[in-house]
Write a protein that binds this ligand. Structure first.
Ligand code: PMT
Length: 421
């Protein structure tokens, strides 16, 4: 039923995978195990189907504690398999049938427990049995607490699985549902599907040099005190990573943050708005694209004290003077790069964003509402309304890493329209 009869219909590869009109016709058995990342698995199903794959979903008991089988039935258009010893299920498409049907098996998310059961060759539920009964390539997207991922038992299980030819997809690093930060997040659905279907990642910024600012600045009052803001740098670092993943050569000028420099990105650490201005202007002439995500101080101390200011009776007045607008300075260069500013607003988002676009002569503005709980400054999620001359697009609230990839894809599209590579 999955093999095509003639060359007109499509092409059949050696392993029986059919390609029709450029779509990869894989039969993917998606195994969902118990973990909070199970909420991302329906997006995996949707992307697989959009790529032309057929999908059957198997859920462990743990997975059903996080998400309903009905959700997967709706997105896959197929009944969901949950029980090994269900007579009705075995009569229709039993575990052996399902294992034979699949041209790829994907476990996403894969819990620490499931990795252990896979490594041990267990067959104590439908999910583990399908893996054991199939010779289809097995892909595993782990998702767990960072210490569980780092534990010697998990490390051993992963090396056993890799030695058997299992492909590990991730995990990614970042903030975890348990409140900790580190490796253990499930990769994003787009990355998983790209890796599974063996498609080369899209690199729309290949050959482009990107300069970014990120994080807060610190303006010294005296040698021990500063004026700063609540920017964590997460948005800017995520944009830097996304630009790198899109193939760009990336330089990140960062104010003080608690984040690790992104891999493959040249990171220049600065403190004040003046430092950031100097670091950017020294590099702006050599870049094709400038993205200003930093929350740069608009004012700095007019005359910082050389020694610690002593406590005194009564009020203390600090005199502030404006800083240079780095973004406007880059856009005003004789041959400016494609220039993207951010706008942090608490109201009238679109009006202020459009005003910034025109006043600073920018190519694009990514505007975010700040002061919204769980979004914007020092949060893991954000939402953007991106504007440019003659257009705009809303990028719905999402994890900053995912949002950054969407933003970079949109910037790359506009950049290509203005200056073809
Ligand atoms: O770092 P996070 O915790 O992840 O939070 C992300 C963020 C909310 C800081 C980010 O999404 C954001 O909105 N960054 C811009 C913050 C800001 O300062 O916005 P603004 O509207 O005040 O400034 C407009 C633009 O001018 C920004 O691109 C800013 O980088 C730039 N600017 C501002 C002043 C200045 N002296 N130089 C500049 O380049």
């Amino acid at each position: 039923m999955h093999r095509l009869e003639s060359a007109h219909d499509g092409q059949i590869s050696q392993d029986g995978v059919v390609s029709v009109n450029g779509f990869i016709h894989e039969r993917v058995c998606l195994i969902v195990t118990g973990g909070i990342a199970a909420y991302k698995a329906p997006a995996v199903v949707r992307l697989l189907r959009e790529a032309g794959a057929e999908v059957r979903v198997v859920m462990t008991r743990g997975a059903q504690a996080f998400i309903q089988p009905l959700t997967f039935q709706a997105v896959s258009g197929q009944p969901v398999h949950t029980d090994l010893l269900d007579p009705a299920a075995e009569a229709a498409m039993g575990h052996i049938e399902l294992a034979r049907w699949a041209t790829r098996i994907l476990v996403a998310p894969a819990s620490a427990d499931f990795l252990a059961r896979l490594a041990a060759g267990m067959a104590d539920d439908l999910a583990a049995t399908v893996c054991l009964a199939s010779d289809a390539p097995l892909f595993v997207a782990p998702a767990m607490n960072r210490l569980m991922w780092a534990h010697a038992a998990t490390r051993h299980n992963v090396s056993v699985l890799e030695s058997r030819g299992v492909t590990m997809l991730g995990p990614a690093e970042g903030a975890q549902a348990c409140g900790e930060t580190g490796p253990g997040r499930m990769q994003e659905p787009e990355e998983i599907v790209q890796a599974l279907l063996g498609k080369a990642p899209d690199q729309p910024l290949a050959g482009r040099r990107v300069l970014l600012t990120a994080g807060p600045t610190q303006e010294s009052i005296d040698p021990v005190r500063v004026i700063t803001n609540r920017s964590s740098g997460k948005m800017g670092y995520a944009v830097a990573k996304a630009a790198r993943a899109a193939g760009a050569e990336v330089v990140l000028v960062s104010g003080p943050t608690a984040l690790a420099p992104p891999a493959g990105v040249e990171t220049v650490a600065v403190q004040s708005a003046a430092d950031m201005h100097a670091a950017v202007m020294a590099r702006a002439g050599a870049c094709d694209l400038f993205i200003a995500t930093a929350a740069v101080a608009d004012y700095t101390i007019a005359d910082p004290a050389a020694h610690k200011v002593k406590k005194q009776d009564g009020e203390l007045t600090l005199v502030l003077k404006p800083t240079t607008d780095i973004l406007a300075a880059v856009a005003a260069l004789p041959a400016p790069p494609f220039t993207v500013g951010f706008a942090a607003e608490t109201r009238d988002l679109l009006t202020y964003a459009r005003a910034k676009l025109t006043r600073k002569k920018l190519d694009m503005v990514a505007a975010n509402l700040v002061g919204v709980p769980g979004s914007g400054f020092d949060a893991d999620e954000n939402a953007l309304h991106v504007v440019w001359a003659g257009g705009d697009q809303v990028l719905e609230r999402a994890d900053k890493e995912l949002l950054a990839r969407r933003l970079v894809a949109l910037i790359a599209e506009r950049l290509r329209a203005k200056t073809p590579a």
